[in-house]
Each structure stands twice: as structure tokens, then as C-alpha cells.
Design a protein around this ligand. Structure first.
Ligand SMILES: Nc1ncnc2c1ncn2[C@@H]1O[C@H](COP(=O)(O)OP(=O)(O)O)[C@@H](O)[C@H]1O
Ligand SMILES: O=C(O)[C@H](O)[C@@H](O)[C@H](O)[C@H](O)COP(=O)(O)O
Length: 191
């Protein structure tokens, strides 16, 4: 599906594309929720993990956390991806850790506007999910370093939506779509 429908485009009533980043530590449910938003609201989905260099993936696989220097080119590539889709009139939803304010600010430099949804929850719930998840390069041992650097939305930062990871995925998806006003029908009517 493309973002045109999700953006509520109609003849003479074209809405600007929307860009949503579902953020949080590894295992929080970003991929699950971002895919659900894509399916429900018609935004084009991307997985930020797929933008990492081979060197970054090898580093995480070996249990060494990324540092800022390893993340800046990755974040700029993600911002560019959103900006390019925006220029095409396509709305997007990205699953991306975006753990620090400065990382989110790089993403905000891409398209004209970005909405963040933070999937926040306890280390216990997330650790248990990571342990059960099969076939992913990210070792559960890196969760501690992710939680240590996580910066929640700060005063003075453009506000974002915070959702509790312990809710079922469908509830998280519909809460995000409703609260961000992404429902295809609603957007078209409002358009
Ligand atoms: N809200 C949820 N409730 C229960 N399990 C979930 C929920 N969201 C995701 N999961 C499961 O937790 C694991 C991690 O989810 P995933 O979407 O891969 O997280 P992330 O992309 O943030 O690393 C997966 O096995 C997924 O099926
Ligand atoms: O900045 C980072 O350290 C990585 O991007 C990291 O945050 C991300 O979580 C991994 O790529 C694992 O992927 P998942 O978040 O999908 O588990």
C-alpha cells in the first residue's frame, strides 16, 4: 500500500504526507506496531534495522552496542528516506529505535514534519520478549545499554505519543492511528 491513501488525498484536497516513527528500545514492539499502522492507515512501512551498515550489524551481533559515530550516517539515511518519500507525496511509518533526543532531531531534519510514538515499558517485559524472539541479530544482552541511553521525550522537544508496551499490539496500533489522526476515512473526510 502507498501513503497516498493514508494521507487522505482526494481531487483538489491533497493533504501533505504524514511521517510516523515508532521508537523504543530493542524488543519494545516497534516492528510489530509500525507494520500494523501501515496496514491500518496505508502508510508505507520501513524497518530502520535494514538501513544499518554491515559493520553496524556485525558489531551488534557480537554484543557491542553502537555509539553515536556509528549511528549518525544511519540516522541521516533514514531522514533522507523520509524526505524522498515526502517529495513523492508518500506517507511513511518507520520502526526505528531513535533512543536519544539528538537522534530524533536528525530524523526531524528529513521531511517537514515527523510524529514519534514511543513504545515504553519495563525492562522485565521487554527482556522476556527479546528472549522469545527468534532469528534476530540483536542479543538480549544489549537491552541494558539501550535502556541506559534512552532519553524519553524532553521538555522543549516537540511532543510525541507515549504508549505502554504491555498493551496488546492491536490496541497499540489503533491508539496510534486514532491519536495521530491517521485513519484513512477520517483523513479523507477532514481533507
Ligand atoms: N504489544 C505486544 N504484546 C506482546 N508481544 C509483542 C507485542 N509487540 C511485539 N511483541 C512481540 O515481541 C517481540 C519483539 O517485537 P518487535 O516488533 O520485533 O520489536 P522491535 O522491533 O522493537 O525490536 C516479537 O516476538 C513480537 O511478536
Ligand atoms: O541504535 C541502535 O542501537 C540500533 O538501531 C538498535 O537500537 C536497534 O534496536 C537494533 O538495530 C536492533 O533492532 P530492533 O530494535 O528491531 O530489535
Amino acid at each position: 500500500m502507498t501513503g497516498e491513501q493514508g494521507a487522505g488525498a482526494g481531487p483538489g484536497r491533497r493533504q501533505p504526507p504524514r511521517h510516523v516513527v515508532v521508537m523504543g528500545v530493542s524488543g519494545a514492539g516497534k516492528t510489530t506496531v509500525a507494520r500494523g499502522i501501515s496496514d491500518l492507515a496505508g502508510l508505507t512501512f520501513a524497518e530502520a534495522d535494514e538501513f544499518h551498515s554491515e559493520a553496524n550489524v556485525a558489531r551488534m551481533r557480537s554484543g557491542v552496542p553502537l555509539d553515536d559515530a556509528a549511528r549518525w550516517p544511519w540516522l541521516r539515511a533514514l531522514a533522507d528516506w523520509m524526505a524522498t518519500r515526502d517529495a513523492e507525496g508518500v506517507s511513511t511509518v518507520l520502526a526505528c529505535s531513535a533512543l536519544k533526543r539528538s537522534y530524533r532531531d536528525v530524523l526531524r531534519q528529513g521531511p517537514p514534519s515527523v510524529d514519534f510514538v514511543h513504545l515504553d515499558g519495563t525492562a522485565e517485559v521487554i527482556r522476556e520478549r527479546m528472549a522469545r524472539r527468534a532469528g534476530h541479530y540483536m542479543p538480549a544482552s544489549l537491552l541494558d545499554s539501550q535502556l541506559a541511553i534512552l532519553e524519553r521525550f524532553e521538555p522543549g522537544e516537540p511532543s510525541g505519543l507515549v504508549l505502554d508496551v504491555s498493551l496488546p499490539p492491536e490496541q497499540l496500533v489503533s491508539a496510534a492511528v486514532d491519536r495521530l489522526g491517521l485513519r484513512t476515512g477520517a483523513a479523507a473526510v477532514g481533507g
